[in-house]
Design a protein around this ligand. Structure first.
Ligand code: DGL
Length: 270
């Protein structure tokens, strides 16, 4: 496999663009082929079987595009489908959960860690499995926050109602004395400022997207796949529905004009 080949990145929708942002800043020479499953989002309320089926379809599509490695830029798909994809695919695959959990383990001093995520990620128990394997004394307090995804997609980032909903979900975790909080869904970093306001200064917010990009660079290096030829890659974006709102949202994160709506292609699966 050539180190000049693109990398594949996928998410259930648009949240994975937060991971793309970190990848572009850390790996500027890498061309990205992104797939956002905007027609079938959210994954967070679906069964494990469905999440694995969807993830497989997308990963095989990315392999057909010639990618040299894949980033699962979705906590839910990482929690449920990472091991299956690693077994099946001929390229390295990395998810966002392990880098995020490791960063939380490093950040926490009192070993009381909060995790917020979709229902599927919370029910998979993957964060506490990793954190307690790292340190059996770690106490993990978790909360599914299904309303955060639509709030972000609606652009209600700093609204009072958003603050109230954050309180409703997170106050129980704060009462347990957590000193760090994992933003275990790719949409949540977009609410980070507002969450930080609500939880106050004493709590470290952990963004798995940032940690994942750091780890992915190491994976490329270890596999001699890092593209060190200076280039200005033209990234490609595929969605299963709604290329115009996708481009608008993605540009609000990556910078206006980064993606032209006409360059976002539609690809659906049977
Ligand atoms: N991208 C998903 C995640 O990171 C959130 C949206 C969904 O439920 O599909 O878990």
């Amino acid at each position: 496999m050539s180190s000049q080949a693109p990398i594949g990145v996928f998410d259930s929708g648009i949240g994975g663009i937060t991971v793309v942002k970190e990848l572009i800043s850390r790996l500027p020479n890498e061309k990205i082929i992104y797939y956002g499953d905007t027609a079938r989002v959210p994954y967070g309320n679906k069964s494990a079987n469905t999440i694995v089926t969807y993830s497989r379809q997308i990963a095989h599509f990315l392999i057909d595009q010639g990618v040299k490695a894949i980033v699962i830029a979705c906590n839910t798909a990482s929690a449920i489908a990472l091991e299956v994809l690693r077994r099946e695919l001929p390229v390295p695959v990395i998810g966002v959960v392990v880098p995020g959990a490791r960063a939380a383990a490093q950040a926490s001093k009192n070993k009381k860690i909060g995790v917020i995520a979709t229902r599927a990620t919370i029910n998979s128990c993957i964060y506490e499995a990793y954190l307690q394997k790292t340190n059996p004394d770690t106490e993990v307090y978790k909360q599914a926050c299904p309303l955060f995804v639509p709030l972000v997609e609606e652009g209600w980032i700093h609204d009072d109602i958003t603050k109230q909903i954050i309180h409703r979900y997170i106050d129980g975790l704060l009462a347990k004395g957590i000193d760090s909080l994992v933003l275990g869904c790719t949409h949540y970093p977009l609410l980070a400022e507002t969450i930080a306001e609500v939880v106050g200064k004493g709590i470290t917010l952990v963004n798995p997207a940032y940690e994942c990009a750091k780890d992915f660079k190491l994976v490329l290096e270890e596999n001699e796949l890092l593209n060190d030829v200076s280039s200005q890659p033209v990234h490609e974006f595929f969605v299963s529905d709604g290329p115009v709102p996708f481009a608008k949202f993605a540009n609000s994160i990556l910078g206006e004009g980064t993606i032209l709506p006409e360059n976002v292609l539609i690809k659906c699966f049977e």
